[in-house]
Design a protein around this ligand. Structure first.
Ligand code: NAP
Length: 254
């Protein structure tokens, strides 16, 4: 990203989960380039180290930690180390998700249903339980949902339902955390990341997805980062409880 950005996050501290590659990394990079101290994390130390080096090379102040979002000790450590180093938390972007099955919902194993709920919804709540005592007045929480929250395609139906749950969670927590903290959500369309390999690496599927957008292209991590940075910034200071669909005009809602 060679573009110049404003400095909307100067002096701010941002935690972005699942942020060593893909959309999470793009968000951390954007917030960092706009002046935030960013705390990035994922399951693998080597991925954390590599991402930290990339961000530092861009002049970004960054702390990198291992945090598997399902691990309570990891989540606590993420919050504790952030507060020890930076003294507060201004932005939390909850980005982690799993999509372990393509089975129809009624054929999905109990253990897989549990994993989907656990990683895609419950851990987002548990992380905020740990983080909330340290959130500043004027802070901002962003959940990363998906266009599939509105269109639960059969190949990812239960994953989609967990993403729909995040839309409800956004509304509910916006009420609960007001007026000091705003809570919003970004629903990305399809972005060619590792997570979306099964769609974007097949030319025919990719073309179908592109044709299903009004803008005739896939999204980029920078598109998602720009929307997330907007919602997290004071430019969105009168917006809470909302979901911004960033999907090139794919069908979502009126
Ligand atoms: P990605 O490129 O595959 O990146 C996933 C990141 O998450 C990696 O840094 C990975 O690092 C980390 N990670 C995976 N599982 C984790 C866990 N349990 N705890 C902590 N970190 C974990 O994925 P992405 O496409 O950017 O997806 C990010 C978010 O966007 C997800 O919520 C996804 O549902 C949403 N989304 C994506 C698309 C799309 O088309 N790509 C569309 C709609 C919504 P490690 O392997 O080191 O853990």
């Amino acid at each position: 990203m060679s573009k110049q950005f404003g400095k909307r996050f100067q002096g701010k501290v941002a935690i972005v989960t699942a942020s060593t590659q893909g959309i999470g990394f793009g968000i951390a990079e954007r917030l960092g380039l706009e002046g935030a101290s960013v705390v990035i994390s994922s399951r693998k130390q080597s991925n954390v180290d590599e991402a930290v080096e990339k961000l530092k090379a861009k002049g970004i102040e960054v702390l990198g930690l291992v945090c598997h979002v399902s691990n309570a000790q990891h989540r606590k450590n993420l919050v504790d180390k952030t507060v020890q180093k930076y003294g507060k938390i201004d932005v939390v972007v909850s980005n982690a998700a799993a999509n372990p099955s393509v089975d129809p919902i009624l054929e999905t194993k109990d253990s897989v249903l549990d994993k989907l709920w656990d990683i895609n919804v419950k851990t987002a709540i548990l992380l905020l339980k740990d983080a909330s005592p340290h959130l500043t007045k004027g802070s901002s929480v962003i959940f990363i949902s998906s266009i599939s929250a509105y269109i639960p395609h059969s190949s990812m139906a239960m994953y989609a339902v967990t993403k729909t749950a995040l839309l409800g969670l956004t509304k509910a927590l916006a009420t609960e955390m007001a007026p000091d903290t705003r809570v919003n959500c970004v629903a990305p369309g399809f972005v060619p990341t590792h997570f979306a390999d099964f769609i974007t690496s097949n030319d025919d599927v990719r073309k179908t997805v592109e044709d299903n957008t009004l803008l005739k292209r896939l999204g980029t991590t920078a598109d998602m980062a720009a929307a997330t940075a907007f919602l997290a910034s004071d430019d969105a200071s009168y917006i809470t409880g909302e979901t911004l669909v960033v999907a090139g005009g794919m069908p979502s809602r009126l």
